[in-house]
Design a protein around this ligand. Structure first.
Ligand code: CO
Length: 435
C-alpha cells in the first residue's frame, strides 16, 4: 500500500470532521456508500443479518456486520474509539462587546492544552437546532469553513514574565475575537447562524435558531512533516485517527467473523452521557443482536473489544515524564496500554492476544505504562468493559502534544494500526474459549 495515499485519505477525513457531529455524519456517509443500512433505535429491527449502522445524538455511532450464524458461533470482534476532542465551546448567550470588539464567550470542553490556541485562525462548527417554517424542530450541521475568529496573545512587552509565569484564565484570557468597530454593537449571533444555515442548507426554510452546540476549531490543514516525512501534524488526532482507521479496517476486512465498530462521544469529559461509553448505547444494541438474556451472556463471553485511543510517545525534551521501559516511540507501532488500577482494561489474556495479532500482521508493537508517581489517563476501554463485561484490550499509537490544537504522530504508525485492526476483524479463531 502507498503510505502517503493512505495518510492523505485519513487526513482529509480528519480535516472534514471538525466536531463529533461531523465525524458521525462523515462515517455514516462512508458506511452508506459501502451499502450499509441505517437503523434507528426507535424502530423494530426484526431479525438482523447483513451490514448496518445506528447513531445516537448524532455524535456516537455503532456499525456492525453479522449473519444470524456467525454472531452466536464466534462472538463479535469489536473496536472502540471516541469522536470528541478537547476544544472551546460557545456558551448560550455568548456575545460580548469590549473596546469595540465583538467576542464570543467560550467554555473549555475536556482537558484542553490552552497555550496552543493563541494566534490561530479559528473557524466555528457544530449542530444548530432550529424551528422551521412548519413549526417543526430540526437540527442541522454547520461549519463556517473559514477563519472567522482568533485569540491573540498578549505581547511579551506587556507581560515580561510571560515565558516563565504566564497562566491562562479560562474565563478571561481565551475569549475569541470575531469583529471590530461599529458592527460589533448590533451583532445578532442567532441571525449570523441562520445566515450560515441558509448558505449551507438552501432547501431548509428556517424560522428561528433556538439552540446550538458549537465549537471553535483550527483552520490550518493537516500536514505530513519532517525531513523524511516521518510525522503527521493535525488537530484531533486523538482520537479521530482511531475512528477513521478503525472504520477503514472494519470496511476492508474479510467478512467471516461478526464485527462491530463503536465510536462514542464524551470520552474527554468522563463518558457520562447517553451517547458516552457510560451510557447504554452498546449494551442495547448487543441485547437486540443477541435476542435474549441467555444469548447475550453467551455472546458477551465470546466477544472481544479493542479499545483504540492514542497514547503518549516519549518526548525527547521531557523524557523524564515516562517510565523508561514503557515509553513508546513514534513509528514503532501501536502500544498496549496497561495499568494495575484498571485505568486501562488490558489483562494478560487480552494483551497477549493483541501481541499475537501484531505478530501475525507483521506489525511492531510496544508497551505503555505510566510512571508510578504520575496519574494515568484513561479511555473508553475500562468503562465499556465494566458496563458490558466484554474482554477488552487498550491500545493506541503514540503521539506528541496530546490535547493540543495541533498534535503529532508517526506517519508509518497509521498503517501499522490499520493492518493489525484489519487482521483482527478478519481473524476467525482465537476468541474461542479453550475447552
Ligand atoms: Co483520547
Amino acid at each position: 500500500m502507498d503510505s502517503s495515499r493512505f495518510n492523505t485519505r485519513l487526513l482529509s477525513d480528519i480535516q472534514n470532521s471538525p466536531t463529533p457531529f461531523h465525524v458521525v455524519h462523515r462515517m455514516s456517509g462512508l458506511l452508506l456508500e459501502r451499502g450499509f443500512k441505517r437503523l434507528h433505535e426507535r424502530d423494530n429491527w426484526g431479525e438482523l443479518g447483513g451490514s448496518y449502522f445506528v447513531t445516537r445524538n448524532d455524535t456516537s455511532i455503532i456499525a456492525f456486520q453479522t449473519t444470524p450464524q456467525n454472531i452466536h458461533s464466534g462472538g463479535i470482534h469489536m473496536v472502540g474509539a471516541h469522536t470528541d476532542s478537547p476544544c472551546l465551546r460557545v456558551k448560550p448567550n455568548p456575545v460580548i462587546n469590549k473596546q469595540g470588539y465583538l467576542q464570543l464567550s467560550v467554555e473549555v470542553y475536556g482537558g484542553v492544552l490552552l497555550n496552543p490556541w493563541f494566534d490561530r485562525d479559528l473557524s466555528l462548527a457544530g449542530r444548530v437546532t432550529c424551528r422551521d417554517r412548519d413549526m417543526a424542530i430540526r437540527s442541522v450541521l454547520i461549519d463556517f469553513g473559514r477563519p472567522v475568529a482568533m485569540i491573540p496573545s498578549l505581547a511579551i512587552h506587556l507581560d515580561p514574565d510571560a515565558n516563565h509565569k504566564r497562566g491562562i484564565n479560562a474565563q478571561t484570557d481565551i475569549t475569541p475575537i470575531l469583529l471590530c468597530q461599529a458592527e460589533a454593537k448590533t451583532h445578532d449571533f442567532h441571525l449570523m447562524l441562520q445566515q450560515q444555515i441558509e448558505r449551507q442548507h438552501k432547501n431548509i426554510p428556517i424560522d428561528k435558531v433556538l439552540a446550538y452546540e458549537l465549537s471553535f476549531h483550527d483552520m490550518q490543514a493537516p500536514a505530513i512533516i519532517g525531513l523524511n516525512n516521518d510525522f503527521i501534524a493535525s488537530a484531533r488526532l486523538d482520537n479521530l485517527l482511531s475512528c477513521f482507521i478503525g472504520l477503514r479496517a472494519f470496511l476492508e476486512a474479510d467478512t467471516a467473523p461478526a464485527k462491530l465498530l463503536i465510536c462514542n462521544d464524551h470520552e474527554e469529559i468522563g463518558s457520562v452521557s447517553g451517547s458516552g461509553a457510560q451510557g447504554d448505547f452498546l449494551e442495547t444494541v448487543l441485547q437486540r443482536l443477541a435476542g435474549s438474556d441467555e444469548q447475550l451472556a453467551r455472546l458477551t463471553d465470546r466477544s472481544m473489544l479493542i479499545s483504540c485511543d492514542n497514547t503518549h510517545g516519549i518526548h525527547p525534551n521531557y523524557s523524564d515524564r515516562h517510565d523508561a521501559n514503557h515509553a513508546p516511540i513514534l513509528n514503532q507501532g501501536p502500544a498496549i496500554k496497561t495499568n494495575a488500577n484498571q485505568r486501562y482494561a488490558t489483562n494478560s489474556e487480552t494483551g497477549a492476544y493483541f501481541r499475537q495479532l501484531c505478530e501475525q500482521a507483521e506489525v511492531p508493537v510496544q508497551d505503555f505504562a505510566a510512571r508510578s508517581d504520575m496519574r494515568c489517563g484513561s479511555t473508553i476501554g475500562p468503562i465499556t468493559a465494566a458496563r458490558t463485561g466484554i474482554k477488552t484490550v487498550d491500545i493506541g499509537i503514540p503521539q506528541f502534544a496530546m490535547h493540543s490544537i495541533r498534535e503529532t504522530c508517526g506517519s508509518r504508525d497509521t498503517e501499522y494500526l490499520y493492518k493489525v485492526l484489519r487482521h483482527y476483524f478478519s481473524d476467525t479463531g482465537p476468541l474461542r474459549h479453550q475447552p
